[in-house]
Design a protein. Structure first.
Length: 173
């Protein structure tokens, strides 16, 4: 697969960056678990100048806080999205991107429009069948268990940007 033209990454949270499980605490906040290796891949993308967006139906501020620890800018974490095309267009406009410049990850029906519109539509191994049918890439890993890492790392490696600089990493994170 030619990943040389990918300039940015965008993804859903539940079922992609997480395994889709949600815990509710006594305050009503929905809590999720994230894979640290996925987080590192996001950091590597950010370190090498790739804009990264989260476009999710989830509305918990904990999502924004977690993504910020991975280097995602707070303004690029779009919460409570019901028609994700609007936020995707805003993200593309903000960074002068065309939809085909972006790799988008999704796992369920609300993500299909962006999977189709993006330059490379990716879904985890455990995505719903409708999404698998339209995705360009079905990862070997399930959501929340390395699907982001798999595709981001492959993209950066193909572009010869999967290079770790400890000094830069320490300065940025």
């Amino acid at each position: 697969m030619d990943l040389s033209k990918i300039k940015a990454f965008a993804f859903d949270i539940d079922g992609v960056a997480t395994d889709g499980g949600v815990f509710c605490n006594s305050d009503g906040d929905l809590l999720r678990t994230y894979d640290a290796k996925d987080g590192f891949a996001i950091r590597m993308a950010v370190m090498h100048g790739f804009p990264v967006a989260v476009i999710t139906g989830g509305s918990s501020e904990s999502i924004r806080k977690r993504m910020m620890t991975s280097g995602v800018k707070p303004e690029d974490v779009f919460l409570h999205c019901r028609d994700k095309r609007e936020q995707f267009a805003l993200f593309c406009q903000r960074y002068s991107l065309q939809p085909e410049d972006v790799m988008f990850f999704g796992d369920d029906v609300p993500d299909m429009a962006l999977i189709i519109a993006s330059g490379c539509g990716v879904c985890p191994a455990d995505a719903v069948d409708e999404v698998k049918e339209v995705a360009d890439w079905v990862t070997a890993h399930p959501g929340g268990r390395g699907c982001l890492r798999e595709a981001i790392e492959a993209t950066l490696r193909q572009q010869e940007k999967w290079v770790f600089d400890a000094v830069d990493y320490k300065a940025k994170f």
